[in-house]
Design a protein around this ligand. Structure first.
Ligand code: CMC
Length: 393
């Protein structure tokens, strides 16, 4: 075998073959199982889209009804999971809480039968059903309230918003939230999906697969960017400050959150849809003060960085949509996770169908045949100031 060139971030290196989703980064096209994202956003529901991603085709009416019924039936959390959550510090990030809860599910359903379709289906149903309940429960519990029980008469998205806000959502808000979930459900082999696939390839349980993906999604270069976008808009404060802010980022070589993508070199099609959804919400519920700043920033970035293919990604406008729905900023990434579970599970299933454990190679750059130095003759390799800081912390 020939020795390959090392590509940081594995840029342009195929790590799998997949029939789940397709991205054309030059044309701004995203398809799930061949169906355009715009069409799915217009006609589908999140659960129907999840079914499409996971089982490879749109469900019949009966299949969808059965799937929705199973999910409704499994929304509740075990009291022990709720008890575990009571011990979490309320100052902790909800993504950490979600990762711990997803992993804990594996304690209850530990029997691994990865070649049994019934086991696969039960895991899919449990994860899709329970993750929104976990996110909503942590939100209420950290405020000192009891979690709200899911309501069987509400559909997936309306029920999540109900559990979160303790009141039935406006139908437009619930539908827009459902579309947001569709848009975030899958996106080829991004960092968290890759993480899920690597974990899946060891034949561990699906709860560990999802927990590892949640941990990966949490970072600010991935799903965590939607939270940072709002903090950035807050910092900019007014349209008049947009150019000065951008210039200062460029000078410091700092990334502008919500912009840029490894694959898209044009505006992310999901950002276009999300911007439209934000406008629909503003029309009904009033304009968001940050929206004009966002639009001005998009224009300024296009002028200065458009030649590098830096345009808004999915995280740029999603935060403005969630903010208008009253979702707290640090829940934006958990909401992303609620949606992306569908994609992770689709890749888990695809990985199992033709599994080989991931075990890439490396290019070693360290020492060879180094002597073992007795402790009294060693020189420290640690930064003393840094260590002092860590100990004080
Ligand atoms: N602001 C300013 N410059 C940027 C940005 C940005 N947001 N993104 C990329 N660039 C520049 C970068 O400085 C580099 O310029 P040069 O070639 O002159 O050094 C060039 O574009 C390529 O950037 P890169 O960092 O090598 O690109 P990457 O493919 O490794 O990273 C990315 C992709 C998404 C991590 C990056 O664009 C980024 O950090 N964006 C900000 C964080 C963000 O919005 N993340 C959400 C990603 S999309 C959804 C998701 O995954 O959750």
């Amino acid at each position: 075998m020939s020795i390959c060139e090392y590509k940081p971030g594995l840029e342009n290196i195929p790590a799998t073959q997949s029939s789940i989703s397709f991205v054309d980064g030059q044309q701004g096209i995203l398809e799930y199982r061949g169906i355009n994202i715009e069409e799915l956003g217009q006609y589908s529901s999140f659960l129907e889209t999840s079914y499409l991603l996971i089982w490879g085709g749109l469900p019949t009416e009966e299949e969808l009804a059965e799937f929705e019924h199973e999910i409704r039936y499994h929304r509740r959390l075990k009291y022990r999971i709720r008890d575990m959550m009571k011990c979490f510090p309320e100052s902790g990030h909800p993504m950490d809480a979600l990762q711990a809860c997803a992993a804990a599910l594996g304690l209850f359903y530990s029997r691994r039968a990865l070649d049994n379709p019934a086991y696969i289906r039960a895991a899919v149903v449990r994860l899709l059903a329970k993750i929104p309940t976990m996110v909503a429960a942590f939100q209420l519990m950290r405020k000192g309230n009891d979690p709200v029980q899911p309501r069987d008469d509400l559909d997936y998205s309306a029920n999540f918003l109900y559990m979160l806000n303790e009141r039935e959502p406006d139908p437009l808000a619930a539908r827009i939230f459902d579309i947001c979930l569709i848009l975030h459900a899958e996106h080829t082999i991004n960092a968290s999906t890759f993480s899920a696939m690597v974990t899946a390839s060891t034949l561990t349980d699906p709860y560990a697969v999802v927990a590892s993906a949640v941990g990966t999604l949490a970072g600010p270069l991935h799903g965590g960017a939607n939270e940072e976008v709002i903090e950035m808009l807050e910092e900019i404060g007014s349209v008049d400050n947009v150019h000065a802010y951008l210039d200062s980022c460029l000078e410091r070589k700092a990334k502008i959150m919500g912009f840029g993508h490894r694959v898209y070199k044009v505006k992310d099609p999901r950002a276009t849809i999300l911007q439209d959804l934000a406008e629909q919400l503003f029309e009904k519920f009033g304009r968001d003060e940050y929206y004009d700043i966002a639009v001005a920033l998009e224009q300024a970035v296009a002028e200065k960085l458009g030649h590098k293919g830096i345009y808004p990604n999915v995280d740029f406008y999603s935060g403005l949509v969630y903010r208008k729905m009253g979702i707290p900023t640090d829940l934006f990434t958990p909401v992303f996770a609620i949606a992306r579970v569908a994609g992770w599970l689709a890749h888990w299933k695809e990985q199992l169908a033709e599994n080989r454990i991931f075990r890439p190679t490396q290019i070693y750059t360290g020492a060879r045949n180094a002597p073992y130095i007795p402790s009294e003759k060693r020189q420290s390799t640690q930064d003393k100031d840094l260590l002092a800081g860590l100990i004080a912390e």
